[in-house]
Design a protein around this ligand. Structure first.
Ligand code: NDP
Length: 308
């Protein structure tokens, strides 16, 4: 029987994905299009900016396959009653690891001082070794584990934190509320790679920011809702937090008048930490369609109750 795949994402992506999906599903009797009668659609390749919100008319739908790793905009959609798979893409993971490691090294090596202060003053102050620096990675999923692994291989003392207990070589893994407190009290640099769910909202707030050693640094490529913005601004003003690098925000684009833009101890990047890479991501989508058609379980399923 033929299957129909609806591509519902930013229109500019269609010319890029169309040949990749067609190639990835070659040999199958398949129609892939951006416009199909809802009652004929078997799979939706989905991103929130495709505009699809009401899945009620999609009566024959078998699964929704997200192009994004973060699924907070669809996980709670009550019109969706079929399985939802999120994106775990080698290219996305590699990009995130590079971004995180780059920003950790910026802090670790004190690069700003040398890049911005070409003031004629010869004042050697060599950085410590990575083994003398503790990096705490909040979230040990596809992205957090990859970044933590590379940081550990560079010699950093890496503590990871997740919802469930884990054993990962080279990483001290903690979990649960008590684990968060223990992780933060030791962290020189905190990296947030948690999903945006009701349970993770404001993970960094006035109370948890106060647990960090004075002068700690924050790197957030996760989601804006993970941080209480007012509490962070206050902690930056008192010096409790020396600097924050923020890639994601509650409102995006970050409004021009937002205090983060003007704060001397904040670096704003415009949600570019990493992105889904079509060449590798299309393969993930096609593999999942083939698996489902062969009666095998879908990979990367979202737990709708947990929201990730
Ligand atoms: P995963 O679902 O693979 O991992 C999520 C991790 O967070 C897991 O380790 C999970 O714990 C942990 N976690 C979830 N809820 C809690 C909680 N309540 N307490 C403690 N830990 C928790 O996600 P990914 O690694 O693929 O992606 C992480 C996030 O990165 C995405 O949700 C997205 O928001 C963001 N992202 C940002 C991008 C950017 O460009 N800025 C690009 C891509 C993603 P456990 O392992 O126990 O389940």
């Amino acid at each position: 029987m033929s299957i129909n795949v609806l591509f519902s994402a930013r229109p500019a992506l269609w010319p890029i994905y169309e040949p990749l999906l067609t190639k990835g599903l070659s040999g199958m009797d398949v129609t892939i299009a951006t416009d199909l009668p809802p009652e004929r659609v078997d799979y939706v390749v989905y991103a929130p900016n495709g505009g699809l919100q009401d899945f009620t008319p999609y009566t024959r739908l078998k699964a929704v396959l997200s192009l994004w790793a973060g699924v907070e905009k669809i996980a709670g959609n009550e019109t969706l009653t079929v399985p939802l798979a999120r994106m775990v893409d080698h290219g996305l993971t590699q990009g995130m690891t590079e971004w995180v490691v780059g920003h950790v090294l910026r802090y670790h090596l004190g690069m700003d001082r040398h890049i911005t202060m070409q003031d004629g003053v010869w004042a050697p102050d060599p950085p410590p070794l990575a083994s003398q620096r503790t990096v705490c990675v909040l979230g040990l999923g596809a992205l957090g584990q990859a970044a933590a692994g590379v940081l550990s291989s560079l010699g950093f003392n890496v503590i990871g934190w997740s919802r469930t207990a884990k054993t990962i070589p080279g990483i001290r893994s903690l979990h649960g509320p008590d684990g968060l407190r223990r992780a933060l009290t030791q962290a020189d640099i905190v990296v947030l790679l948690l999903p945006d769910t009701p349970a993770t909202e404001n993970t960094l707030n006035a109370e948890t920011l106060a647990l960090l050693p004075k002068g700690a640094r924050i790197i957030n490529p996760g989601r804006g809702g993970l941080i209480d913005d007012d509490a962070l601004l206050q902690a930056l003003d008192t010096g409790q937090i020396a600097h924050a690098t923020l890639d994601v925000f509650r409102t995006e684009p970050l409004p021009p008048q937002h205090p983060y833009w003007a704060h001397p101890n904040v670096t704003v990047t415009p949600h570019i930490a990493s992105e889904t890479r079509p060449e590798t991501a299309a393969q993930v989508i096609c593999d999942n369609i083939r698996r489902n058609e062969a009666g095998q379980p879908l990979l990367h399923l979202v737990d709708r109750d947990l929201g990730y």
